[in-house]
Each structure stands twice: as C-alpha cells, then as structure tokens.
Design a protein around this ligand. Structure first.
Ligand SMILES: [Zn+2]
Ligand SMILES: [Zn+2]
Length: 339
C-alpha cells in the first residue's frame, strides 16, 4: 500500500466485505507491468493512498447481493475469474456517445481504487469474468490482452496490412499474436534485447518474423532498407527516442501507433512536413472498458500463447524486489505477484 509516490509498505488490513453488486476475489496472481512503474512515481492517474495491481486473477471468495459477472451470468464461490479493472462514469459526453474508453471520469482498480497486489480485492460483479478452463499463467495476461483487443478494433481492417511492433516485452509478444489473429498480412517484432527475442522465438510458428534491431545496425533506416517499410508501425516501448523514429519505418499513408506508456513529461521532435507529405496518421491507444470478452475468446480459441514469458514470481512481501526486477533486470520478461 502506497501512502504517497515511491512510499509503500506491506500492511495487514481487514478483509473487505462485498456490498450490493460486488464480488470479493481471493487473488491467486497479479501481473506487474510498466504502468506500475509509472504509478510508483505518482503518474498514470494514481490516486493515493493506493494498493496497485490491475492485472488480477483469482477465485471468487464471497458475493454481495445481486453480483453477476461481466457476461451477466451468476458467479459462484470457488470460480476461477479475471478482473477488468477499468470502468467509465456512464455520465459524460463520451460515455453517452458509446466511447467509454475516452471517459473523463475513467476509474481503475489498482490505480484509483485498491487493486490486486493483495490477498483479497473487491470488484463490481460486472467487471468480473469467468476464466474457467484458462491456465492461470495465461489468464494473468487478460487485462493487457483486452487493451490490445481494443486497439485491434481501432485498427480494423488489418487485411493486407504489413505491421511491425517495436518492443518484444510481454505487450509486444501479445500484440504480435493478436495482429496475426486479426488478419494482418504479416507481422514483424523487433527488439535489441536478445533475451526477449529468444523468449519470443515461438512466434515464428505463427508466421511472424522476429528480428534483432542490432542485426540491422540498430537503426530504423537500415531496418527499413532490409525488411521494407510497414503500413502500421506500433511502439510497445514508451521510449521517446524510439517513438520519434517510427516515421522511418512507415510506408507512405501509414499509421503510427503510440501504444507503450511514455513518461508524462516526455517530448519528441517530429517533422510536420513528413507527416503532411506522406499522409501519415498518428494515433494513440490507451485502454479498454468492454474488451474482456474479446480477449478471453482469443484465449479460448487457442490463438494466444505466452509460454515462458513469465520469468519472475514474487510473494507480496517481496514487492520492492519485484519492482526492481521489472525496472532493471534485462532477463525479466513478465513479473507476477503471487500473494
Ligand atoms: Zn498493465
Ligand atoms: Zn464517462
């Protein structure tokens, strides 16, 4: 539990009891991602005091009155579930227009209310989804997958598009598979980190190409010279020096997607003439509100594999070590807290 940015402790708290429409979930695993590093610094809409954890898998422990799951069926104690942390206010102009992911009053379990880095978490029943039959080590990727499913909606149609994803972290590995599943003509994943590329080698099975940026002398000009340019170029790093160079990889008329979470204070330099002359489209994609069913359907269809991507598992008491591993360990791929 954080009381302020960078200041946290592991504390004993009373187990919360579910109110009307709420579900008490006993957490079995909660994934960490770059967002948690931003929350640690007080960014990304963090609301203190805060227990983070927005990628939560668990078991239904108790139900408040009238708690049904996100697909409107009854939940039962002992059921294996995942939690959609995101909700919208249902009252602003964007919610009225059926674009709740643009909501001005967006709220997140694990950023605005207590999240899954705890033994128990409360969630509205409508944000709890049945995950029975899905392996826990895959289910822990449900939230990042739902965010990607939302991006796939926005990029639709992808048929005939060549796509490159820059950054082979867990998000890049998921993106690559969702793009292939959504019908992209070809997908290329690039990263200079050989450990991450090696873990992603299984993607070659689904017809994607995994390339080492250093192989092409580390520059996007050379990558474009060797592998061609792409209709869609997606940043999954959040690194300003990478984002700045994305136009080098784009075909004329191409789309650039800012998907990795950049520091709020980061700034980049762009050539407006290049964007104008080559009719480039720059788009962001932030999160999702209603894409959990799509993500879980892709899992159940066998379209997504994450074997070997979880490299580090820590109990709650080692939260500080887990954060440090995520931040600095080059051999850390997905880091998971297992209360
Ligand atoms: Zn995340
Ligand atoms: Zn709203």
């Amino acid at each position: 539990m954080y009381d302020a940015p960078r200041s946290f402790a592991v504390r004993d708290l009373p187990i919360p009891s579910p109110g009307p429409g709420e579900v008490l979930v006993r957490v079995t695993a909660a994934g960490m991602c770059g967002t948690d590093l931003h929350l640690h610094e007080g960014q990304f809409l963090a609301n203190f005091p805060l227990t983070p954890g927005h990628e939560t898998v668990g078991v239904v422990e108790a139900l408040g009155p009238d708690a049904v799951d996100g697909e409107r069926s009854a939940l039962t104690p002992g059921q294996h579930v995942v939690i959609n942390p995101n909700s919208s206010c249902r009252d602003c102009e964007y919610c009225d227009e059926d674009t709740p992911w643009l909501c001005e009053g967006f709220a997140g379990i694990g950023s605005s209310t207590p999240g899954g880095f705890a033994e128990y978490v409360l969630a509205p029943g409508a944000q709890v989804f049945d995950a029975s039959g899905i392996d826990i080590d895959l289910a822990v990727f449900a939230e990042p997958s739902a965010c990607i499913a939302h991006l796939m909606d926005r990029l639709d149609p992808l048929t005939d598009c060549s796509v490159t994803v820059i950054g082979a972290g867990p998000t890049g590995v998921l993106l690559t598979q969702f793009l292939a599943y959504a019908g992209a003509a070809d997908v290329t994943l690039a990263d200079p980190n050989l450990f991450k590329l090696d873990r992603a080698a299984f993607l070659a099975d689904i017809g994607t190409m995994v390339i080492d940026r250093d192989d092409v002398a580390g520059s996007f000009q050379q990558m474009a010279a060797v592998h061609g340019r792409f209709d869609v170029v997606i940043d999954a790093t959040g690194a300003p020096r990478v984002i700045e160079e994305l136009p080098l990889l784009a075909r004329n008329g191409g789309r650039l997607v800012y998907y990795g979470v950049a520091d709020e204070h980061a700034r980049i330099t762009l050539s407006p003439f290049d964007v104008f002359r080559r009719e480039l489209t720059i788009m962001g994609s932030f999160t999702e509100v209603d894409s959990f069913p799509d993500a879980l359907a892709a899992f159940r269809a066998g379209a997504i594999r994450m074997d070997g991507i979880i490299t580090h598992r820590f109990p709650l008491g080692d939260y500080a070590t887990a954060l440090e591993a995520l931040r600095t360990d080059r051999s850390a791929h997905k880091v998971v807290i297992e209360p």
